[in-house]
Ligand binder design. Structure first.
Ligand SMILES: NC(=O)c1ccc[n+]([C@@H]2O[C@H](COP(=O)([O-])OP(=O)(O)OC[C@H]3O[C@@H](n4cnc5c(N)ncnc54)[C@H](O)[C@@H]3O)[C@@H](O)[C@H]2O)c1
Length: 691
C-alpha cells in the first residue's frame, strides 16, 4: 500500500490498482481529495503492472459531493476537478468506481468519468445541486443524460432526489450490484472486464441514450409544466433543464460550454447564495450555546396530544409517522371521531398517491390510542397540548396534566403566541414545560419553534429539539414573547397590510405583490385560510374594525366561502370581490383615511421592512439566538422564498442603510410604528448586516 497523500492510498494487487480515498466524514471533493485522485490515477496509469483501476472510498460513503465550503470562498485549492476527470476519462486502463453510501453531486460526476460503476444495494446516486440553487457544474449535466436518457436526467437533476441501486442498475447508471465486500466486488468486476476484453466506455461518447429525445421539445415542455408550481421563481430548475436540452441537442463540448456558462451565472447570482446560506442556517439552528450537544435526552417512547383539531391531528401524524405511539385526547366522542377521520383521510390520500401502502395506513392508525379522559396520559413521556388558544383553558389543562402525568414527563404547548411562563407557573414542574409551536398544516410544514420558558430545563430543550429532528422537522429555539419569533414578525406585517388596504390598494393587489415576491400566498388569502374570525367575538362586535364588518357580514374566510375573497364550494382559489373592496373603501372613509394609489414597491417595503425591524428587536432581546434562526423560521414556517434567504438575509442583501432611510420616510406619517430598532440603526450606520 502506498500513501499518495494524507487522504489517498494506492494498492496494486494482481494487476488491479485499488485507489482508496479516506477523507472523513463524507469524502467531499476537497483540494486534498482532488490531488490524491489526480496523483493516484496518474501513478496507476504509469505503472506497467496495473491493468485496471478500482476507485473506492473508506468510511461511510463514496464521495458525497463537492466541498460546498469551497464554493463562494477563496476558490478551490489543488488539482482542478476537470483535470482529475479528464485524466480518469482519458485513461487507457479501465477505471471502475465501486460505490457505497451516497454518490452525490461532484461524487457522481467523478463516477461518471469512470468507465464502469458498480455499487452496493444500499448505495444512492444523485445530482442534487438544484436544491442549493445550482446545477452540476463538472460535466454531470452532459454525462448523466448520456447514460440514463433525457427523461431520467430531467428527474434526477431538475428535482434533485437521489435514486437507489436497483433503479441505477435498471437505468444503466451502474453495471452490477455488489453483494458482500465492495472492494473485492469491484476488483472481481475489473478482472471480468479484462478477461472479457470489454471496451473502455467513455460516457461522453454515448450518443445513443440522448438521440431519442432529439427534436422532441415536448419532453422538456411537459417536465416544465409538471413542476411549474413548485419551481415558481426559482432559476436553478430551469437552468438544469436547459443543460439537459443542450446534452440532447449539442455535441458534448458545446454542451459543456452551456453548462459552464449557466453554472457560473447561478453560482454568482443571489438565489444560490441565499439557498446555500439557508443550508447552513438550518443546521446551525440545532446548536444552542448553553445547551451542549451531549446534553442527556429524555427518552420519548410514548406521546400524548390534547385536542384533535387542525393542529392536534397534524401533530399526532408527525409522531405516528416516526413510529411513536400517541394517546389522543378530546372532550367528546364526536370531536375525536372527526379528528381521526381527518387523519385517516390524509393517510389514505398518501396511499392513493402510492407513497405508502394500505397496510401502512392501518399500522399508523393503529398507533393512535383515542381517549376522552386525560388520565390516559399518565404514562406518556411527552404531551403536546393543542386546544383552543385560550389562556384560562391552557392553564386548566396544564394544572391537570401536572397531576396526571408521571414525574419527568415533558408538558408542551402548541400555543401560537401565549406566555409559556404563565402556563408553566400553574404546574409544580415548570422546568418540564416547553413550547412546541408547529405550523399549519402540521404534518407538512417543516418548522417547530421550540419555546424556552424562563425555567425550562436544558435536557427538556435538548429533547424537544432532538424530537423535532426525529419527526422530520427543523426545530428553532425561541424565547418567550407574544407571538415568539415568527408570529411576532407576522403581526408587524399584518399591521401594515391591513393599513395599506385602507389607503387604497385592494387585498388582491397586496397579495399579488407578495406572491410575486415568492410567498405561496399573500396576507389576505392567508387570513381567509386561517379564518378571519379567530379571536373575534360576535357578542361584542360593533362594526368598529374592518374585521368586525367582514365577520358580521358572514365573511369569515374560506370556511364560509367568503372572506376578503369569494370561494366556490370545495375550491380554495380566491376570487376577488368588488363588494369587499367597496366595504373597505367605506370603512376607510368613515375613519377619514385618505385613499390614494399605493405603488407595488411601497406595498412590498411596508409589508417586509417592519418584519426586518421586528427581527432586529427579537435579536437584541435575545428571543432568537441568531439572525439565521429567524430566517429559518420564515422559510420553513411561512413560505418565505428560500431563494431570497429569509427576511434578515434579504435585508442584508438590500442594505440595512437603505431600509433605515426608507423607514424614516414612512415615519413622517407614523413615527411610533416606523422608528427603526436600535440594533437595525446601529448596523445600518456601521454599514454592516445581520450576522
Ligand atoms: N390553526 C393554526 O394555523 C395554528 C398554527 C399554530 C398553532 N396553533 C395553535 O394550536 C392550538 C390549536 O389550534 P387549532 O387550530 O388546532 O384549533 P382547533 O379549534 O382546530 O382544535 C382545537 C381542538 O381542541 C379540542 N379541545 C378543546 N378543549 C379541550 C380539552 N379540554 N381537552 C381536549 N380537547 C379539547 C377541541 O374540541 C378541538 O377539537 C391553538 O393554541 C392555536 O393557537 C394553531
Amino acid at each position: 500500500m502506498t500513501a499518495i497523500n494524507q487522504v489517498t492510498d494506492l494498492d496494486v494487487r494482481d494487476g488491479i490498482a485499488i485507489l482508496t480515498l479516506n477523507s472523513p466524514p463524507v469524502n467531499a471533493l476537497s483540494g486534498p481529495v482532488r490531488d490524491g485522485l489526480h496523483k493516484g490515477v496518474k501513478q496507476a496509469i504509469d505503472d506497467p503492472a496495473v491493468k485496471a483501476i478500482v476507485l473506492v472510498c473508506a468510511g461511510r460513503t463514496f464521495i458525497a459531493g463537492a466541498d460546498i465550503t469551497e464554493l463562494g470562498s477563496g476558490g478551490p485549492q489543488g488539482a482542478s476537478l476537470t483535470d482529475v476527470q479528464d485524466m480518469m476519462e482519458g485513461s487507457s486502463k479501465p477505471i471502475v468506481a465501486a460505490i457505497h453510501g451516497t454518490a452525490l453531486g461532484g461524487g457522481l460526476e467523478v463516477a461518471l468519468c469512470c468507465h464502469y460503476r458498480v455499487g452496493v444495494a444500499s448505495a444512492q446516486f444523485g445530482l442534487p445541486e438544484v436544491k442549493l440553487g445550482l446545477l452540476p457544474g463538472a460535466g454531470g449535466t452532459q454525462r448523466l443524460p448520456r447514460i440514463v436518457g433525457a427523461e431520467m436526467a430531467l428527474e434526477m437533476m431538475g428535482i434533485g432526489d437521489p435514486i437507489g441501486a436497483v433503479k441505477a442498475l435498471e437505468v444503466g447508471l451502474i453495471s452490477e450490484i455488489v453483494d458482500g465486500d465492495l472492494t473485492a466486488g469491484g476488483v472481481a468486476f475489473a478482472k471480468k472486464l479484462l478477461a472479457e476484453k470489454r471496451p473502455l466506455v467513455r460516457v461522453r461518447d454515448n450518443d445513443a441514450r440522448v438521440a431519442p429525445a432529439r427534436g422532441k421539445p415536448e419532453i422538456f415542455a411537459a417536465f416544465r409544466k409538471a413542476h411549474e408550481r413548485k419551481n415558481r421563481g426559482f432559476l436553478a430548475p430551469e437552468y438544469n433543464i436547459r443543460c439537459v436540452e443542450a446534452a440532447v441537442n449539442l455535441p458534448f463540448e458545446e454542451g459543456l460550454a452551456v453548462e459552464a456558462k449557466l453554472f457560473r451565472e447561478l453560482l454568482q447570482g443571489p438565489q444560490s447564495a441565499a439557498q446555500r446560506y439557508m443550508f447552513f442556517a438550518e443546521r446551525q439552528a440545532a446548536k444552542i450555546p448553553d445547551v451542549p450537544a451531549d446534553t442527556p435526552l429524555i427518552p420519548v417512547n410514548k406521546a400524548g396530544v390534547i385536542g384533535a383539531g387542525t393542529m392536534g391531528g397534524g401533530i399526532t401524524m408527525n409522531f405516528v409517522n416516526a413510529g411513536i405511539p400517541v394517546t389522543l385526547v378530546e372532550t367528546s366522542q364526536e370531536a375525536l371521531d372527526r379528528g381521526l377521520k381527518v387523519i385517516r383521510g390524509n393517510y389514505e390520500n398518501t396511499a392513493r398517491k402510492g407513497k405508502i401502502t394500505q397496510a401502512d395506513v392501518e399500522a399508523r392508525m393503529g398507533l393512535i390510542k383515542p381517549a376522552l379522559d386525560m388520565q390516559a396520559l399518565a404514562d406518556a413521556d411527552m404531551v403536546i397540548e393543542a386546544v383552543y388558544e385560550n389562556m384560562d383553558l391552557k392553564k386548566d389543562i396544564f394544572q391537570k396534566l401536572d397531576a396526571i402525568c408521571k414525574p419527568g414527563a415533558i408538558l408542551a404547548s402548541n400555543t401560537s403566541a401565549l406566555d409559556i411562563n404563565a402556563i408553566a407557573a400553574v404546574t409544580k414542574r415548570p422546568e418540564y414545560v416547553v413550547g412546541t409551536h408547529f405550523f399549519s398544516p402540521a404534518n407538512v410544514m417543516k418548522l417547530v419553534e421550540v419555546v424556552r420558558g424562563g425555567k425550562t430545563a436544558k435536557n427538556v430543550i435538548a429533547t424537544a429539539m432532538a424530537m423535532s429532528k426525529r419527526i422530520g422537522k427543523i426545530g428553532v429555539l425561541s424565547g418567550v414573547c407574544y407571538g415568539f419569533i415568527g408570529n411576532r414578525m407576522l403581526f408587524a406585517r399584518t399591521t401594515q397590510s391591513n393599513r395599506i388596504i385602507l389607503e387604497g390598494a385592494a387585498p388582491a393587489r397586496v397579495d399579488k405583490v407578495l406572491t410575486d415576491f415568492g410567498f405561496p400566498m399573500g396576507p389576505f388569502a392567508m387570513s381567509d385560510l386561517a379564518g378571519i374570525d379567530v379571536g373575534w367575538n360576535p357578542k361584542t362586535s360593533k362594526g368598529e374594525t374592518l374585521r368586525d364588518r367582514l365577520c358580521e357580514a358572514g365573511r369569515r374566510g374560506q370556511k364560509t366561502n367568503a372572506g376578503y375573497y369569494d370561494y366556490k364550494p370545495g375550491d380554495r382559489t380566491p376570487v376577488a370581490n368588488e363588494d369587499v373592496v367597496k366595504m373597505i373603501r367605506e370603512f376607510a372613509a368613515s375613519k377619514q383615511i385618505r385613499q390614494r394609489d399605493v405603488s407595488d414597491e411601497e406595498i412590498l417595503q411596508r409589508c417586509l421592512f417592519p418584519m426586518v425591524n421586528e427581527g432586529a428587536k427579537i435579536l437584541s432581546e435575545g428571543i432568537a439566538i441568531r439572525a439565521s434562526d429567524i430566517d429559518t423560521v420564515w422559510v420553513h414556517g411561512y413560505g418565505w422564498p428560500v431563494y431570497r434567504g429569509g427576511p434578515m438575509h434579504w435585508a442584508n442583501s438590500i442594505g440595512l442603510d437603505k431600509i433605515v432611510a426608507r423607514m424614516r420616510e414612512f415615519a413622517k406619517d407614523d413615527a411610533a410604528f416606523w422608528t427603526p430598532a436600535p440594533l437595525l440603526e446601529e448596523l445600518a450606520a456601521k454599514g454592516g448586516g445581520f450576522k
